[in-house]
Design a protein around this ligand. Structure first.
Ligand code: NAD
Length: 282
């Protein structure tokens, strides 16, 4: 029997996941549900899904083997409660959300052990199904966050799907995941949004946005990301993000003091250390 898949939230990530599975040889049907009927129409026209609906109850009609949650993270719990009555015992549910942590535990409470949390470390600042593409996950890390309750067979099926997309699966504790990605992803996005906000405030008298240098554009690219998606991530991973922001504020304070007090050697050392860390990423 071939598997069938239902994506809930057929945007950039959900669409890319569908295209990546097809590219990897997935032969089952792929359906989509989205709050927006226009998104469903567009996804069908683009060949991302075969059929779709804007009604959650249609989960029963599609009767999928695997459901993938791919909407903003703060919609997941409501969706889980909404689909629960239509699930067969064997249905697997997974997600592509950027926050795991306690959200994974709450989703497990609602959906049971066949829920498997996942987060692909791939993406762009673009959103919407029209921007999705099939090699997004090729060679990229995919973090899967099983718990002691996770059903092993469901976990294996989810890992198999990711292998089809070209993703490189790694396992991580859901709480650790949120600390790590609070630091390396949520913090830089918060800082990029805040930098734009600061420049708006400083554009009093002269419009600073008329003079964007390459550095400014590189640094702030991610501030063009979807506001609803990032609002949900910031609120859902609030504790870790607030801690990360405090550490960042201390670092800025240190930099500010070095500049204010003209401490040349220490300032060079601060910059040299940061530069070598950044270079080591490549
Ligand atoms: P997107 O805006 O492109 O797509 C989200 C889709 O969800 C839209 O089509 C929207 O209409 C739909 N939607 C919103 N509320 C819904 C609801 N209640 N029920 C059904 N559909 C609903 O966003 P995206 O970039 O595809 O992000 C989707 C998920 O992927 C998020 O959870 C995000 O955290 C995660 N993610 C995104 C990236 C990235 O770089 N974009 C990377 C990793 C993980």
């Amino acid at each position: 029997m071939s598997l069938s898949l239902l994506i809930i939230g057929v945007g950039f990530m959900g669409g890319s996941f569908a295209l990546a599975l097809r590219r990897g040889g997935f032969e089952g049907k792929i359906y989509g549900i989205d709050v927006s009927p226009e998104v469903i129409d567009r996804a069908k026209k683009l060949g991302v899904i075969e059929d779709g609906s804007d009604k959650l109850e249609d989960v029963g009609r599609f009767s999928p083997s695997i459901i993938v949650l791919a909407s903003p993270v703060r919609t997941f719990e409501g969706i889980a409660k909404g689909i629960k009555p239509f699930l067969k015992d064997e249905t697997i549910v997974t997600d592509l959300g950027s926050v795991k942590g306690r959200l994974v535990l709450r989703l497990e409470d609602i959906l049971g052990p066949r829920f498997v949390g996942g987060h692909p470390i791939a993406g762009t600042e673009k959103s919407g199904v029209e921007n999705s593409f099939g090699d997004l996950f090729e060679g990229r890390k995919v973090i899967i966050t099983p718990t002691e309750r996770t059903d092993r067979e469901a976990l294996e099926e989810v890992v198999k799907l990711w292998k089809l997309t070209g993703g490189k699966v790694e396992f991580m504790d859901p709480l650790l995941h949120d600390w790590v990605f609070g630091a390396v992803s949520h913090l830089p996005h918060a800082v990029a949004f805040a930098l734009i906000d600061a420049l708006v405030e400083m554009s009093d008298g002269v419009d600073l946005f008329q003079y964007p240098g390459a550095g400014f554009k590189d640094f702030t690219r991610i501030a063009a990301s979807d506001p609803v998606m990032w609002r949900d991530i910031f609120l859902e991973n609030r504790e870790n993000l607030l801690k990360a922001l405090e550490v960042y504020q201390r670092s800025l304070q240190r930099l500010k003091a070095l500049i204010e007090e003209g401490r040349e050697e220490e300032l060079t050392e601060y910059l040299r250390e940061a530069r070598s860390r950044r270079i080591s990423l490549e």
